[in-house]
Design a protein around this ligand. Structure first.
Ligand SMILES: *Cc1c(COP(=O)(O)O)cnc(C)c1O
Length: 298
């Protein structure tokens, strides 16, 4: 139970440099990368209540979905190992079988059973019929969708918002977050805060609907601003400009980002700040959603 009962909030740090100060913006970083060494960042927030629910419902195994670079699979494998729950990962891409990358090797080392499927099969991951079949096949495990994004995930993410509001003694004008499935953005919105969401994938406009769907039933959610241009070629794609930005960011602020999510988000956010997108006096909390195990050597 220790894994899930964090008592102290993750740090909130002020970031300032000439660009930020000139824009008159107060920028903070919420260090959720420090929430746990393996179950890091938003994955810990999003999994917390699903894992408790799995335990309460007496399930012995968890099944979930992810791609080769999935921080969610990584976090689920580590959490399952820590909590004594079996884990099963449905992995996108048959070609990965026998060809694991570091993320999938970590999952395996934490005894996650990896089940590789074709991209066509993976596309059915949210269909009722498919989920029923998979559930039968694996002995009715506790099922968590891709990215862990469920209504229970929203509740976990909303706790991060409460921590920040306590730390600042007020709500910030905006939260900024990197976005993959939209669960984190939806969680912050569900806590009635406005969100700047930076898509980590190409063609991220669909996220608007996905986030709306996750928010169904939420009371007066915050406003969403979705930025889809800072994807650097697509999911898990990057170039030298992004890698240089990540190195410069670390040199300037002493904080490590990675190239799949948080590097793209901060690149976009600082670009908006420089371009005068925000009124002077605006307070922004950018969430460091973790994912550092996926950092490539630069
Ligand atoms: C998964 C992940 C995201 C995306 O979160 P969603 O809730 O799926 O939008 C952002 N940052 C990091 C580091 C992640 O691992």
């Amino acid at each position: 139970m220790d894994l899930l009962s964090r008592l102290s909030p993750t740090p909130l740090q002020r970031l300032s440099n000439t660009d930020i100060d000139q824009a008159g913006v107060q920028l903070y970083i919420k260090r959720d990368d420090l929430v746990h060494p393996a179950v890091s960042g938003n994955k810990w927030r999003k999994l917390k209540y699903s894992l408790l629910d799995a335990q309460h419902s007496g399930k012995k195994a968890i099944l979930t979905f992810g791609g080769a670079y999935s921080n969610h699979l990584y976090a689920t494998a580590a959490a399952g190992a820590a909590l004594g729950l079996k884990t099963i990962g449905i992995v996108r891409g048959l070609e990965l079988e026998g060809n694991d990358n570091a993320t999938l090797q970590f999952c395996r080392a934490n005894e996650m059973a990896l089940h590789y499927v074709t991209r066509e099969e993976y596309r059915q991951r949210n269909s009722e019929e498919y989920l029923q079949r998979i559930s039968e096949q694996f002995g009715h495990p506790y099922m968590i969708p891709e990215g862990g994004s469920t209504s229970l995930a929203l509740k976990g993410v909303a706790e991060m918002v409460t921590e920040v509001s306590d730390q600042l003694s007020a709500k910030p004008d905006f939260f900024a977050t990197a976005t993959g499935t939209g669960g984190t953005a939806a969680g912050i919105l569900s806590a009635a805060c406005d969100v700047l969401a930076f898509s980590a994938l190409k063609g991220g406009d669909f996220l608007r609907d996905d986030i709306q769907n996750l928010l169904r039933g939420a009371n007066s959610p915050g406003k969403l601003a979705l930025f889809t241009a800072y994807h650097f070629g697509g999911y898990a794609k990057w170039n030298n400009e992004l890698l240089t930005f990540i190195q410069d960011f670390r040199a300037e602020f002493g904080i490590q980002l990675e190239q799949v999510y948080t590097g793209k988000m901060f690149y976009g956010l600082l670009d908006l700040i420089r371009k005068g997108y925000f009124k002077p006096g605006t307070t922004i909390v950018a969430v460091h959603t973790g994912g550092l195990q996926g950092l490539i050597r630069m």
